[in-house]
Design a protein around this ligand. Structure first.
Ligand SMILES: [Zn+2]
Length: 342
């Protein structure tokens, strides 16, 4: 195992829920368990990850096959294999949603970006459903994508939104390419790349382009009474939610709001918005090609400026090859400048 553990719901939200759930008449125990389990996993991860060398060891070539496990509401992964590649649909909807979500993500990477699974060598895709007890989160643990059921009051099953699958799988891609560390600007980019590819897979599945998409992350995992809220907005970072349960979205939309040492999910808004601006000009998939090409050239401690420079450089190369519009380099530079990265 290698790389950081990457949670879908950041700690500032899980902590806020744990603090406010009892007062608001929600399932306080489930909220507390989620916060405690997430913190414990983070600690465990820190102890395990002094190096990420396993990510650079050549794996055995695979076919990008899917394996879905039912964790039977235990706080363990890989409990029972319930659906393999090519198997008939399982009785449980979330098993099939995870299977389909991982499949759509794999297909997007293959068809649009020319990448063969997480490691570009057909790595088997492992997904776990029913992790924990009313667990209100999803995460990539360095080898697999893990989904909780949510408590049904704040969050629903995390397999419900394909951008969760895509977001977590993209953390795997980042781990096997740039290997961006999970702090400061590199960490924020790590998160942004996951949101970017997550939003693109959402559009790939729904057959939408930039102008038609809502650019919301996680809106489908919100429970009925939270309808209309989302976890992040790529178009307008900092506006995704504002309510007594989740608190107020603290995401930064511009470098002037950058939080030094801030959670990667907060500062990621700056790069997310740059991508949104670029996608609205070039189209989402051409923009994804630019960012993917940049990701292949980034490195663990890279900064926002490195990303901006590489995106413009890759836009120039892709434009020369007729893969994106001729004005792509200028669009990329203008977008990064608009969010304060120049
Ligand atoms: Zn993430």
């Amino acid at each position: 195992m290698s790389g950081p553990i990457c949670f879908y719901i950041p700690s500032h939200i899980t902590d806020h829920i744990a603090r406010s759930a009892g007062r608001l008449g929600l399932d306080a125990e489930a909220a507390q368990r989620t916060a405690v389990a997430s913190a414990a996993l983070r600690q465990q991860r820190r102890a395990l990850t002094t190096t990420s060398l396993s990510a650079v060891t050549a794996p055995l070539p695979g076919k990008g096959d899917r394996q879905i496990f039912d964790d039977e509401n235990r706080f363990e992964t890989g409990v029972r294999l319930v659906r393999r590649e090519g198997d008939e649909p399982a009785p449980a909807a979330n098993v099939n949603a995870a299977y389909d979500g991982l499949g759509a993500t794999r297909d997007f990477f293959r068809e649009v970006l020319g990448r063969d699974s997480i490691d570009n060598a057909g790595l088997t895709l492992q997904g776990d459903v029913n992790f924990g007890d009313k667990y209100g989160n999803a995460f990539w643990d360095g080898t697999r994508m893990v989904f909780g059921n949510g408590d049904g009051q704040i969050f629903q099953d995390f397999t419900r939104d394909v951008d969760v699958c895509a977001h977590e799988l993209a953390h795997g891609v980042t781990q096997y390419t740039a290997g961006l560390i999970y702090t400061d600007q590199a960490g924020a980019m790590n998160e942004a790349f996951s949101d970017i590819f997550g939003a693109c897979v959402d559009q790939y599945v729904q057959k939408l382009d930039a102008g038609e998409h809502n650019w919301l992350i996680g809106e489908e995992v919100m429970a009925e009474q939270m309808y209309g809220e989302a976890i992040r907005s790529m178009a307008h970072p900092g506006t995704a939610y504002d309510n007594p349960v989740l608190g107020k979205d603290p995401q930064a939309a511009h470098m002037s709001q950058y939080v030094p040492d801030g959670d990667p999910h907060i500062n990621s808004g700056i790069v997310n918005r740059a991508f949104y601006l670029i996608a609205n000009d070039l189209g989402s998939f051409p923009a994804a090609k630019v960012f993917y090409a940049a990701l292949l050239g980034l490195w663990p401690q890279a900064q926002f400026r490195d990303c901006a420079y590489l995106c413009a450089e890759q836009a120039r190369i892709l434009a020369r090859d007729g893969k994106v519009g001729r004005h792509a380099p200028q669009t990329v530079r203008a977008a990064f400048r608009e969010v304060g990265i120049a």
